[in-house]
Ligand binder design. Structure first.
Ligand code: GCO
Length: 444
C-alpha cells in the first residue's frame, strides 16, 4: 500500500491515535491524585523491568498542550485517551475537582486544534484504596459512581465514551498470570474479577445514561484469535479454551448470554458471585465496540498444572515467523479473521479499531527514527481494514497504538510502541518515519 486505500479516506473514515493515562501522564501525586494499583505494583520489587514506574512517564500531564499540537501537525483528527480514575476521586470517593481540571484543559486543547476526543473511563489504573480491587463486588458500584461523575462534569464535551479497556487484561493478567497489577495468581479469582468488571461496565452504562442520553457508549475489547499448534484434537480443544476465556467470557454477558459451562467450571467455588440478574445488567445497549488487535496466539494441549486449570498452553509459531521487538508474531490477516469470527457469533454494533501497532525499538540516528518494521506492520494492517470495509463490515475508524513511546506496563520503558519517539531523559519528542508516513497520507 503506497497511498491510502480510498475506502480509508479521512473524509469517510476516522483516523486517530490512542494512549492511556498511566502510560503517559506521570505526575502520579499531582493535584491530590491518589495511588492506583499500578503505582503500588510498580513499588513492589521485581514487578517491572529495570524497576521502572509511571511517576514521570512522558510527563504528558505537564506537556499535554505540545502533545496535542503534535497530533494536529501529524494530521490526526481523533484522539483516544483514558481518564485516570484516581485523579478524579479522592480516598473517600468524592470528586477531586483539581484532578478533573486536567482533563478540562486537555479537552480545551483538543477543541482548539479541532481534534475529537474519544475517552475511556478505565484503562487498568484502579484506585488502590478500593478494598479487594476487582474481587470485591462493591468496586463495580464505585465504578458506576465514577462514571456518573464524569458524565455530569465532562459529559457535554465527550461525544464517545468506552467504559473499560481490555477487561481481559485486568482480570487474567492481573489475577491469574499475576504479571499485571495487582499481581494475584489464582485462576478461579481471575474469573471473579472478570465478572465484576463486566458488572462494572453494565452499571457504568446505566449510571451514565441516567445523566445523559446523547453520548455514544461502548467498550473496548482485545479479542483472541487462537490457532491450534497441530490438527490434533487436544490442541484444537486448547485453542477453543483460550478463545472462550478471551472472547466468550466478555462478549456473552454483553449480549445477555450466560458463560459457557467451561468457564462456570473454572470459577468453581466462587460461582455464587454471579447473582441472578447480573447478566441483564451487563447487557446494556452498546452503541459501538472498540477492538484492539496486535497478534494471534497458538495453543497446544495444556502441560503444566497451572495450564491445565486454564485449558491451554501457548506456544510459539512452529515455523519461524516475523516478530515485532516485543516478540509478537506479525500476522495482519488475523485482524480480518478475528473480526469475521466475532461477527459470526455475536450481533456486534458499529466497530472501531481502537488499538493496533507494533513495538519497534529503533532509536534516533542523525535526528530521525527509521522505524521501517512499524511502517510495514501498519501498512499491512491498514490493508486488512480496507478489506473488511470492502466486505461490508461496519468499521468506522482506526487508532494507532500509540502516539508516544510510553510506559509499557511490566516491560517498563523497554518496548517502544510510539509513532513519536520519546527520549525519557530529556522528554524530547521526535516523530518517527511511521508518523511522517501517516502525516503524508492524512494531510494529502
Ligand atoms: C492495551 C493496551 C496498551 C498496551 C498495548 C501494547 O490496551 O493492550 O491498551 O496499554 O500498551 O496493547 O501492549
Amino acid at each position: 500500500m503506497q497511498s491510502l486505500d480510498p475506502l480509508l479516506s479521512p473524509a469517510r473514515f476516522e483516523w486517530g491515535c490512542a494512549t492511556s493515562a498511566f502510560q503517559i501522564e506521570g505526575a502520579s501525586t499531582a493535584n491530590g491524585k491518589v495511588p492506583s494499583i499500578w503505582d503500588s505494583f510498580c513499588a513492589e520489587s521485581g514487578r517491572i523491568r529495570d524497576g521502572n514506574d509511571g511517576s514521570v512517564a512522558c510527563d504528558h500531564f505537564h506537556r499535554f498542550a505540545d502533545d496535542v499540537k503534535l497530533m494536529a501537525d501529524l494530521g490526526l483528527r481523533h484522539y483516544r485517551f483514558s481518564i485516570a480514575w484516581p485523579r478524579i476521586t479522592r480516598a473517600d470517593n468524592t470528586l477531586n475537582a483539581a484532578g478533573l481540571d486536567f482533563y478540562k484543559r486537555l479537552l480545551d486543547a483538543l477543541e482548539h486544534h479541532g481534534i475529537t476526543p474519544n475517552a475511556t473511563l478505565f484503562h487498568w489504573d484502579l484506585p488502590a484504596h478500593l478494598s479487594g480491587g476487582w474481587l470485591n463486588r462493591e468496586t463495580a458500584y464505585r465504578f458506576a459512581d465514577y462514571a456518573e461523575l464524569i458524565a455530569r462534569h465532562l459529559g457535554d464535551r465527550l461525544p464517545r465514551v468506552a467504559t473499560l479497556n481490555e477487561p481481559w487484561c485486568s482480570a487474567f493478567l492481573g489475577y491469574d498470570l499475576g504479571v499485571f497489577a495487582p499481581g494475584v495468581q489464582d485462576r478461579a479469582q481471575s474469573l471473579v474479577a472478570a465478572h465484576h468488571l463486566m458488572l462494572a461496565h453494565g452499571l457504568g452504562l446505566q449510571a451514565w445514561r441516567a445523566v445523559r442520553s446523547d453520548t455514544m457508549l461502548g467498550i473496548v475489547l482485545n479479542p483472541e484469535l487462537c490457532d491450534p499448534a497441530t490438527p490434533d484434537g487436544g490442541d484444537a480443544q486448547a485453542a477453543r479454551m483460550a478463545e472462550l476465556e478471551r472472547n466468550d467470557c466478555f462478549l456473552n454477558p454483553l449480549f445477555g448470554q450466560e458463560w459457557p459451562e467451561e468457564l462456570i467450571h473454572q470459577i468453581g467455588p466462587h460461582a455464587h458471585v454471579r447473582h441472578a440478574g447480573d447478566t441483564a445488567i451487563c447487557a446494556q445497549q452498546l452503541d459501538f465496540m472498540g477492538l484492539n488487535y496486535y497478534t494471534r496466539s497458538i495453543a497446544q494441549a495444556p502441560q503444566s498444572v497451572r495450564d491445565k486449570e486454564r485449558g491451554y498452553t501457548f506456544v510459539p509459531p512452529q515455523e519461524p515467523k516475523p516478530l515485532t521487538d516485543i516478540g509478537w508474531e506479525i500476522y495482519p490477516e488475523g485482524l480480518t479473521r478475528v473480526v469475521q469470527n466475532l461477527l459470526a457469533q455475536w450481533p456486534l454494533p458499529a466497530l472501531w479499531i481502537t488499538e493496533n501497532g507494533a513495538a519497534d525499538n529503533t532509536e534516533v540516528a542523525h535526528g530521525s527514527v527509521d522505524d521501517g518494521m512499524r511502517c510495514d506492520y501498519l501498512r499491512a494492517h491498514f490493508a486488512e481494514v480496507a478489506r473488511l470495509r470492502s466486505a461490508g463490515v461496519d468499521i468506522r475508524g482506526y487508532y494507532v497504538w500509540s502516539l508516544l513511546d510510553n510506559f509499557e506496563w511490566a516491560h517498563g520503558y523497554s518496548q517502544r510502541f510510539g509513532i513519536v519517539h520519546v527520549d525519557f531523559a530529556t522528554q524530547k519528542r521526535t516523530p518517527k518515519r511511521s508518523a511522517l508516513m501517516l502525516q503524508g497520507w492524512l494531510r494529502a
